[in-house]
Write a protein that binds this ligand. Structure first.
Ligand code: ZN
Ligand code: ZN
Length: 730
């Protein structure tokens, strides 16, 4: 009988694995390390995780299996004592603009519930915070402001336009209410006096039922609250307190403006969702930005003239008419058609963009339009907008537009009604703009009434827990509104790790793919601690990793090797950390124990003496940075997680260059200027994106080496004799 405390792998041959067998302890942290291509992922993901998945799917009903992707079973003789497996990979699968850190972590859902439960609307008419009263609140106010006074507690009953007052009064009697406020008197009502009272009350829109007459004393608080509860229940959330000799006060359970009396509906959670029509900003439909025609894209080279093709969309044959009529308009007004765009006067540019509807100098009506006038660039796009139903027109239009922050919602994506509601003085958009660390602090310090604290108790507890897990995995610096697709693979992975911590599973097998990538050494130790806790809670943690801190903190280490590809696929060592460190041939162990070192280069390149200079970068958390990067050298940008490395390098520098070289047109990080672009010939982004997911793609096809191989085969004497071409070898 094998030991249940270990995962037993016998005869694994997936990918380059050479029939390996080993044991991995359960409820502990195991690191699988080794040189790249040695078979770490083949063992961790393609064998252990894949088998865990396969068994799980097999355990489902045939019906449920129909909806799941068919998985190939890994090539392994036996896997014993495997647990349900969860992979936490270095991948950020999110591409949509609608997903944010808040929505993926479900913190956004909790905030919506919180705002719906205890949000205070602010009156759009007078800017005063509206408030609502519960019976306890009313008692509090009355005792505080009118202590020791005599008071009447009443509730209002609405009278509809043609309602029979006598019947209404008799109905109240049946329900057990016998006293009504009639003008300045309190009168008893009975079935008999009902019609008499009704006559005297003729024309009034509201009856007032007297519930109680009492002295406002602390000792009688319970009785007062009791009466107020009855009033709220009978009237649908309203009551009137009449202080003898000191006027009347109306209170409402619904939110109402304390200054103008305007009543607000209790908000629904969907009002706070930009993914819901109830909450989305009507101007931008919840996207936060609007696509506008971008001068930089329409006139990419401002040194070109109108005749020289400055207006990019008008250089296309289909726009020939537009280009010609503008050239003619320029000539008729005596404007030089070979004058560069950046030298045109304000008036000349105005003509170019807005055209001229005065009738003079017009050419002819454009296709499908009436009247002679000079048609500008704006007219051109307006004309095409009318043809949006054609796919190629939509594609063409999108090439000339860039996203600009929505003016109506200031980029918050929410409609004004949603932004009028506050909790602790903040709108939900303001809370979403906070970092996870600040949001945690805000949640902790919310100034709430006892009633609010009670109704929001569960939501606040969940919110605190979720924010806490994200803080633990070192993501306190991310804002809740940060788009998920802009996160690095490592950040996305740590978000799923935080979600797993929140799920508090036990008896689970977690397989992680290099979780330290992109992490600063400072955060790595914290991460190792979290993974150890996960194991301590009764889970098996398997990590594919190179990082020495992770290896040192692991309970068990497996080194794959000895080299890559065909020369790898063997288990060099599988042992507890101290034994691993003493292993004579495990390469990683030799580096860790200092028997091997990586030499520092003796000579460093001087570079070309030129530099790329970025001025005033302010995207995300960049604080008006100016950086100078020497050209012709290898530059490394480092810093703790969230310090802005990716924002600077990828979102700002790369995207600015990609735009300059017309490689890609993505929204750029904000900056003032970039210099030195003229010294470059192009830009390439090499990121962690998988390069191909089809079974036909392999490294050889990716780098196109097969093109050469096919040409070689086609050039062989035999091929030439039979007339075979390179394509015949595909
Ligand atoms: Zn108001
Ligand atoms: Zn908007």
């Amino acid at each position: 009988m094998a030991d249940q405390s270990e995962l037993l792998i016998t005869g694994a041959r997936q990918n380059n694995l050479k029939n390996v067998s080993l044991r991995i302890p359960h409820d502990q942290v195991t690191v699988i390390t080794g040189v790249s291509g040695s078979g770490k992922s083949s063992l961790a993901f393609d064998t252990i995780f894949a088998e865990g998945q396969w068994r799980y799917i097999e355990s489902l009903s045939t019906y449920a299996r129909m909806f799941l992707e068919k998985l190939d079973r890994p090539d392994v003789d036996r896997l014993e004592h495997i647990r349900p497996a969860i992979a936490i990979e270095q991948k950020n699968p999110v591409r949509t603009a609608r997903s944010t850190v808040g929505t993926t972590t479900e913190i956004a859902d909790l905030l919506r519930l919180l705002f719906a439960k205890i949000g205070h609307p602010v009156c759009p008419a007078c800017g005063t915070e509206a408030r609502s009263y519960q019976p306890g609140d009313v008692a509090e106010v009355l005792l505080k402001e009118h202590g020791q006074s005599r008071a009447l507690v009443l509730f209002p009953v609405d009278v509809k336009a043609d309602q029979d007052l006598a019947a209404l009064a008799r109905d109240l009697v049946r329900r057990g209410f016998f006293r009504l406020r009639v003008r300045d008197e309190v009168e008893d009502v009975t079935a008999e006096t009902a019609s008499d009272i009704a006559t005297r009350l003729k024309g009034c829109r509201e009856l007032e039922v007297v519930l109680d007459r009492l002295v406002l004393r602390e000792d009688d608080r319970a009785r007062l609250v009791d009466t107020l509860e009855t009033a709220f229940r009978e009237s649908g959330g309203r009551c009137i307190a009449e202080i003898v000799g000191a006027g009347r006060h109306r209170f409402s359970q619904a939110y109402s403006c304390q200054s103008c009396g305007r009543i607000f509906e209790t908000p629904k959670p969907a009002l706070f969702s930009f993914n819901h029509p109830l909450g989305a900003c009507p101007a931008c439909k919840g996207f936060g930005n609007i696509l506008l025609y971008d001068e930089d894209l329409i006139v990419p080279d401002r040194t070109k003239s109108l005749a020289g093709g400055a207006i990019e969309p008008w250089t296309k044959p289909s726009a020939d008419w537009w280009q010609k009529q503008m050239l003619l308009a320029f000539k008729r007004r005596g404007i030089d058609i070979s004058k560069p765009y950046n030298k045109l006067t304000q008036t000349e540019r105005k003509l170019l963009w807005e055209g001229d509807g005065t009738g003079k100098g017009g050419v002819s009506a454009p296709p499908g339009r009436a009247g002679a006038k000079v048609e500008g660039i704006n007219d051109f796009f307006e004309y095409l907008e009318g043809k949006r139903y054609k796919l190629h027109v939509r594609v063409m239009l999108s090439r000339y537009r860039s996203p600009v922050s929505c003016d109506a919602c200031k980029g918050t994506r929410l409609r004004p009604e949603a932004l009028a509601v506050r909790v602790g003085g903040r709108t939900i958009a303001e809370v979403a703009a906070l970092t996870i660390a600040t949001a945690a602090e805000w949640t902790r310090a919310l100034p709430l009434s006892a009633f609010e604290r009670e109704v929001a108790k569960d939501i606040l507890a969940m919110l605190t827990a979720k924010l806490g897990f994200l803080l633990r995995v070192g993501l306190g610096y991310l804002t809740l509104s940060r788009q998920t697709r802009t996160l690095s693979g490592g950040e996305a992975q740590r978000i799923s790790l935080a979600t797993q911590l929140g799920a508090q599973l036990t008896g689970t097998l977690y397989v992680l793919d290099e979780p330290t990538i992109g992490l600063h050494a400072r955060d790595t130790a914290t991460l190792a601690g979290i993974l150890a806790d996960l194991a301590k809670a009764g889970n098996t943690v398997i990590i594919v990793e190179h990082d020495h801190t992770m290896i040192e903190s692991a309970h068990f280490v497996v080194e794959m090797g000895p080299a890559a590809g065909e020369r790898g696929g063997e288990v060099v060592c599988a042992a507890r950390y101290p034994e691993f460190l003493a292993h004579p041939t495990a390469l990683t162990a030799r580096y860790l124990s200092g028997q091997e070192t990586i030499p520092v280069p003796r000579r460093r390149r001087k570079g070309t003496g030129r530099a790329l200079v970025l001025v005033g970068a302010t995207e995300h958390n960049l604080k008006n940075l100016t950086v100078k990067i020497p050209l012709g050298t290898f530059t490394c940008v480092t810093g703790v997680s969230g310090s802005g490395k990716s924002t600077l390098v990828e979102e700002t520098i790369y995207r600015a260059l990609a735009r300059a070289f017309r490689v890609e047109n993505l929204p750029m990080g904000r900056f003032e200027a970039i210099g030195g672009v003229e010294h470059l010939h192009g830009v390439r982004l090499i990121d962690q994106e998988p390069i191909g997911r089809t079974p036909r793609s392999n490294p050889a096809t990716y780098i196109k080496v097969f093109d050469d191989i096919r040409r070689f085969f086609a050039a062989l004497p035999e091929a030439r004799r039979t007339g075979l071409l390179p394509g015949d070898f595909s």
